[in-house]
Structure formats: structure tokens, C-alpha cells
Design a binder for this molecule. Structure first.
Ligand code: NAD
Length: 284
């Protein structure tokens, strides 16, 4: 597998913008694509500010930071990604929407390109089935926020080739990440364990066992977690948490994964967490 010199990042939300930043500061040309032009503007501003901050802290040289800014290009035309070596998708956590994107990408990008998904829980094997290149489809699951968190979880679909796995691992390592590898079962490693805990924290609140503050303080001081589970859910996005619980529930076939009614109600009410200014907590 040739060295990766250009990537396409699909989705300019909290994960996509962080992944695009990581690539740009690690000497890789980036096309950042989103259907929402406002999301692209917001992402470009946030990446520029973050690069500026790295420069002022002495973590990036003047030359490197100027180079990173130059390497990032934004687009709302998927065709602009035709020549990239590697694509990371970070759009909404919906199997149907991701499959349709993968099917379109498959027709646009060059035949040697790898298609990776940052999905938190959706089957890589099923996403791969929407393409003509299942051996070049893989899960590359960054943690939030991608520039800060040290882990990348790599998920091999049923047909993912060894070359695709090695190229993806190598790219994650260029980003300074530690890699763990999971088989393709719902939730993979991290969310299989984390999301049921978050869901249980919602049940604990829903059934009136304790206040949200006491639940979070209990887990922070009692188990040494840097954030409480409800605070973390707001940070991840309650819509993302709900989508993952639904995938676990269907995929693992056990009612212990059924989403808590309070989590469902928050999402129905548009209280999606920090990104909307209100979730379990009010940030306004
Ligand atoms: P987000 O809501 O912040 O951003 C999603 C972006 O995708 C939006 O800008 C939206 O306009 C864009 N989008 C939606 N549909 C699109 C399409 N068809 N084509 C192009 N752009 C489209 O979401 P996020 O939190 O960044 O999550 C993105 C993905 O990353 C999800 O699959 C999620 O499960 C995964 N993930 C999230 C976290 C987290 O903590 N939020 C962590 C790891 C992985």
C-alpha cells in the first residue's frame, strides 16, 4: 500500500472537524466535505483557531501551522474527493444514510482508495456491502475530541483485507494514536462497555434514585472517571448515545440494552446535549 498523502473527511461536525485537523497538522492534504455549508464554515474557523492555539503554545512551528492551514480545503461537492487516497466518514449515525454515502463514494473515489467509517456502532460489514470494494472498507473509530484523545479503535469487517488494516493502523499511528482492534459486532469494544453504563445512569436518574449531580459525582469521585456518565452523554450528544443503544439492542438481541425512556424523551425534545446548549444539563 502506497503512502497516504491525501484524505477526504465526510461530515464537518465535532468528529469530522477534529479528524480533518489531525490530518492537516500531520502533513496530509485534506478535503473536508459536508452537505451543510454552515457546518463547513464553523469547522474551518474552529480548526484555524485550534491551529493558532497550538502555535501560541509552541506545539506547532510557524511554518507547520501555515502548512496545516494550507492543506485543508472545504467542499460541498463530493466529486472534489475523487483523487484522495483514504476517506474517513463522520456523518450522522444512521445505517441507511451511511450506506447511501458509501455507495456514492464508491463511484467517485479512485479504485485504490480505502473507505473508513468513524461509526460508533454500525456494522462495517453492512456498510461495506453498499460498495464494490468490501476488502477496502474498515472502521476507524476516533474518540472525542479526536485531536486530544489517544485511542483509535479499528474494526475489521468480514472482508476487510490485511493491507487495508495495515494502512489504517499506520495512518492512526502517524496521528500519534494507540490502536486497538475489534471484530465487527455491535458497539465494538469501547461503546459496548461505555453506552450501557451511560444508559444505566439515565435509568438511575429516571427512577429517582439520585440527582444528576450526585450520579455524576458518584462516578467521578467513586470510580475515578474524569467525567460523570450524564455529563459525558451531553458531551457525546444524546442523539448519538440513543442511536448507539438502539444498535446494541437490535444487534445483540437482549432487552438489557433497551434505551432508557428518559434518554429517548430528551432526544425527542431536541435536548441533544452540549452542542444544542441543553441536554441533561443546561449550558445556556
Ligand atoms: P455531528 O452531528 O457533530 O456532525 C455530523 C455532521 O455530518 C454534520 O455537520 C452534518 O451536516 C453532516 N452530515 C449529515 N449527513 C450528511 C451526509 N449525508 N453527507 C455529508 N454530511 C452529512 O456528529 P458527530 O458527533 O461528529 O458524529 C459523527 C459520527 O462520529 C457518528 O457516526 C458518530 O457515531 C461518530 N462518533 C461520535 C463521537 C462523539 O462523541 N460525538 C465519538 C466517536 C464517534
Amino acid at each position: 500500500m502506497a503512502n497516504i498523502t491525501s484524505v477526504g473527511v465526510i461530515g464537518a461536525g465535532q468528529m469530522g472537524s477534529g479528524i480533518a485537523q489531525l490530518a492537516a497538522v500531520n502533513d496530509i492534504d485534506v478535503w473536508l466535505y459536508d452537505t451543510d455549508s454552515e457546518a463547513l464554515i464553523k469547522a474551518q474557523n474552529s480548526i484555524s483557531n485550534n491551529i493558532q492555539r497550538l502555535l501560541s503554545k509552541g506545539q506547532l512551528s510557524q511554518e507547520k501551522s501555515a502548512d496545516a492551514v494550507r492543506r485543508l480545503r472545504c467542499s460541498s461537492r463530493l466529486e472534489d474527493l475523487h483523487s484522495v487516497d483514504f476517506v474517513v466518514e463522520a456523518i450522522v449515525e444512521s445505517e441507511q444514510v451511511k450506506k447511501s454515502l458509501f455507495s456514492n463514494l464508491d463511484k467517485i473515489v479512485k479504485s485504490s482508495a480505502i473507505l473508513a467509517s468513524n461509526t460508533s456502532s454500525i456494522s462495517i460489514t453492512r456498510l461495506a456491502s453498499a460498495t464494490s470494494r468490501p476488502c477496502q472498507v474498515i472502521g476507524m473509530h476516533f474518540m472525542n475530541p479526536p485531536p486530544i484523545m489517544k485511542l483509535v479503535e479499528i474494526i475489521r469487517g468480514a472482508d476487510t483485507s490485511e493491507d487495508t488494516y495495515c494502512a489504517t493502523k499506520c495512518l492512526a499511528e502517524r496521528f500519534g494514536k494507540t490502536v486497538i482492534c475489534s471484530q465487527d459486532y455491535s458497539g465494538f469494544i469501547v461503546n459496548r462497555i461505555l453506552m450501557p453504563m451511560i444508559n444505566e445512569a439515565f435509568h438511575t436518574l429516571y427512577t429517582g434514585v439520585a440527582t444528576k449531580e450526585d450520579i455524576d459525582t458518584g462516578m467521578k469521585l467513586g470510580t475515578n472517571h474524569p467525567m460523570g456518565p450524564l455529563e459525558l452523554a451531553d458531551f457525546i450528544g444524546l442523539d448519538v448515545c440513543l442511536s448507539i443503544m438502539k444498535v446494541l439492542h437490535v444487534g445483540l438481541g437482549d432487552d438489557k440494552y433497551a434505551p432508557c425512556p428518559l434518554l429517548v424523551q430528551c432526544v425527542d425534545a431536541g435536548r441533544l446535549g452540549k452542542k444544542r446548549g441543553i441536554g441533561v444539563y443546561d449550558y445556556r
